[in-house]
Ligand binder design. Sequence first.
Ligand SMILES: [Zn+2]
Length: 220
Amino acid sequence: MDYNMSNLIPYIPASEYDKVAEDFLGLYYPEALVKPTPVPIERIAKEELGLDIQYVCLSEELDIYGMTIFSEGSVEIYDPEEGLYDSKIFKRKTVLIDPEAVKKTNIGCRNNTIAHECVHWYKHRLYFKMQHFTLPRQAKYCKCGVEQLPYATEEEDIMESQAVAIAPRILMPKTPFVEAATQLNIGYGKDNWKAICQLADFYDVSKQSVKIRLEECQLM
Ligand SMILES: [Zn+2]
């Protein structure tokens, strides 16, 4: 995998998404590559990546579900009790998750959001490091929106789509996931609902996320 040397964003063609997820697990939780295994992503984020995960409200409209802070600085958060936005200083390596906004995402589960922020840290911290040199006075963070954020730059959109695509692949790595789905007899034209529920329970992700993953793996 290469980087765009002008901004240090990795080039990741869609055909390499599974490989990037497998590399991540190879480093931080290789047992998930051997057989179907739930991935304890919150523990990996904290203990292996050293991220501090905090659950806070990020916006009144619930349109931002996650943020990763790449350099210490002031970040705007929302206080739902007061109905006001407030600025607060957060340290580098803090991940902020808005549990209510997570429910509005397509994938709708906390584990996927944590995996998503892990991808930002794992693959995009060089980009933000470079931003820190070019624009030192601004806090460096990425904002993850339920919908595409209207003010996002092209670079931010690229990184966002990488994290969206790779996060479920970390939680449900392809080979063992296909093995688990095959054991449950999932296939085209069948009533797969019960098996989807079982997989969602097993991997601790949403049923919607399992469905998308099954389609990506061409199992249904
Ligand atoms: Zn994101």
